[in-house]
Design a binder for this molecule. Sequence first.
Ligand SMILES: [Zn+2]
Length: 72
Amino acid sequence: MEIKKNDLKIKCDIMGCKNLVNYSVSTSDNPRNNLNICESCLKELHKQFSKVVTPKSIKNIYQKGGLNEKNK
Ligand SMILES: [Zn+2]
């Protein structure tokens, strides 16, 4: 998955949003499947992601890394 800056003259894919697209989130090789969103929705999504992805899960990744080191 990749997020690219985009200035397509199409509307944001987020329901209820009437802004023009600023970014495309590519999820496959077919550009038709891209999620096209505006900057304001991208920022809002980022804000919501940071609520869901807590520092605790980052700690878990480090712990898993530690276990992998022991397994070598
Ligand atoms: Zn939007």
